[in-house]
Design a protein around this ligand. Sequence first.
Ligand code: GDP
Ligand code: MG
Length: 818
Amino acid sequence: MRLSQLRPGEKVIVTKILGHGAFRKRVMEMGFVRGREVTMVLNAPLQDPIKFKLMDYEVSLRKSEANLIEVEPIEYWESHPDTHPRPGTGEHDAPAATDDNDVFRKDKIINVALIGNPNCGKTSLFNIASGAHEHVGNYAGVTVGAKAGSLKYKGYKINIVDLPGTYSLSAYSPEELYVMRYLNQETPDVIVNVVVASNLERNLYLTTELIDMNRSMVIDLNMYDELERSKARLEYEQLGKLLGVPVVPTKASTGWGVDRLLDTIIDVYEMRHSDVRHIHVKMRPTIEQGVNAVKDLIKDDPSISENFSPRYLAIKLLEGDTEAKDLIRHSDSREKIEKCRDAEAARIERDLNEDVQSAIAADKYGFIQGALAETMEGDTLKEEKTTRIIDAIVTNKVFGFPIFFIVMFLMFWATFRIGSYPMEWIESLVGWISGLIGEHMADGPLKDLITDGIIGGVGGVIVFLPNILILYFFISFMEDTGYMARVAFIMDKLMHKMGLHGKSFIPLVMGFGCNVPAIMSTRIIESKSSRLITILINPFISCSARIPIYVLLIGCFFPNYGGLVFFLLYFTGIVIAVLMAKLLRKFWFKADETPFVMELPPYRMPTGKAIMRGMWSKAQQYLAKMGGIILVASIIIWALSYFPRYEASDVPESFTAAALADTPEEIKTELGEEKLDELVLNSYQQEHSFLGHIGKAVEPVVRPMDFGWKTTVSLLAGAAAKEVVVSTLGVLYVGEDDADLISERITTPSPLTGQTPFTQPKALAFMVFVLLYFPCIATLAAIARETENWRYALFSALYNTALAWVLSFIVYRIALLF
Ligand code: GDP
Ligand code: MG
């Protein structure tokens, strides 16, 4: 926990100061030393700076500074007196000893960062070690942003951060920049460099850069099972000695070797591992000469050399890295360094007849090959046979697409069909509970709230949990095995036709689950305009929150060919997305082609445990959504439709006359005077409630589709979350009997007018509308966040709704003809 995260009045103990030289020195002089008690006093009006109290005086720190001070709640130390003795008050950690980490070695908290190429198993390791449920998938770019977790191990608290995958530390893609900045700013105690045992040559490139950085490090030789299965043999201990970094083999998917890895992390942290030593990844003398010249200048300027390894920075500057340039921007010797850099770079290029960047890369690869030649026998690079065979089929020219469509169809069919069995069980459970409450509770607003508001709303949506889990099962299976990467591969050509990249296809498929992570996953796309287009078309991909609407309406109105209608709806979304991408590319963003660089990892069978863990966390999320936004929305909708209350005497004659105008005589006599009055009052109540007024104000907009005000309200409410559309229908169409299912309520004709709320054409138009209209708040927020421009979110809401209106109108008018 960081000092910046405290609430007013919270009391904590300082455990560690992050950051570098000058900053550390200053805050320590101010009294922020390990073991000191600090109380948060208050935030400045704009949240920044923050005022703290320590040693009976008050200081204010900027939020960014407070973020570099690590703290633990005071109760933490009190509840672990034996394993976690509270650190000393810091009196002997005199601020004088500022510049090395030694002072802080005695505490029992280790900050670990996981760094490695995409798809090397970082997240799997993170999940196993910290018990988290982060998203794992067998292709590059699954993890976006940093995920933090922690565990207790042998008396230590190990904080682990899972970072996005990166091939090197340069400012080339957003991920790489992110990782580089993370390393520079957060200064983890130990870096765990995860490498794929069966693909060492490429993976170790990043390792050489980390070695340049000169940080405490452990190499995690992951996917050791694949190495064991191949013919190759690696003396990994020898390799560790060579690199000066301990190497530990693991199998992150099963947890094998993780304990040893943790032990090694502790040994490295405590500086008692015998393999650790600082080496230089030596390059050709010509390059070394340049590196040394720049390095010496950097060394002379403490304002930079305090924070970064001079050798690392020198190499990066020679490579022309923009982030490295940025790092020396404020230095006084900047001009001198840049001049030297330019001269040295020119000299190297002249001498070697090769540009600096590739010369350095070549030498690093040379170093790796040398190290592997000494420690490795046999070849691992041979592709696995099964992977080759499967790829021959699923990426085949003839079979590739049909197989993909079959997989997709199977996915939707299973979601709809197989999901309907457990759905019925939950439905009857909900009906039973509702009936029970109806019988045993006294009439009144509370009972109405529970039966109509909560059960009508939340109960109406919760039944779709099985459908959504089945869908997620398919998506994560495709991701985990590596099939998703192939899908991107076979789609690349098609995607190019619409000015996009095969990689854009993955966010689209993920959008079937939820648009929010899908939009975040667009970070794997390097090209800015492609990424924007992919973000803007993502909401057309029907997310799982829309499943309840489809399943409900299809079940009621198209029971015989449900799977097909279901598939067609999704297909419509895809077609619209494709067309929009083409239009956006043509009229808005000018073309930019990025070469297709996506790895096709070998197929990997996901473990049952990993799949169950994923499903369970999805189920938890869904249930949390039910208990959160959907519950709140249902209650609000119910209250808005319940108030203000009316008496029978409030109903004007004219309303009764109009309401009964279409009612056939025989129904009137059958229902009787009293029942008739009650129905008229109910309908007056709803129409003149707050919600009724809102609905009627907006209803004219969708009148061409005959949606009616209740349906209109449900569409509006869907802005909160798409499931709310169904829960709102559930609240508004109140049944005769409490135990009635929504499906019965929306198909039973109104006793007054004899009309059913939905008809086949209306249901179809409604589903098309829901498919395309404005994205939910969470998605809009994701769009604004990822594009860093709220105008894109606004644009998305407007053009999606316009499109939804037009298409829904067309579908409705055509459907009416049949
Ligand atoms: P990340 O991109 O580095 O976070 O990698 P992930 O944790 O998402 O894993 C990538 C893929 O490798 C997933 O399909 C995992 O199931 C798989 N995987 C991870 N560790 C191992 C391992 O030790 N052995 C094998 N065979 N597969 C693994
Ligand atoms: Mg990951």
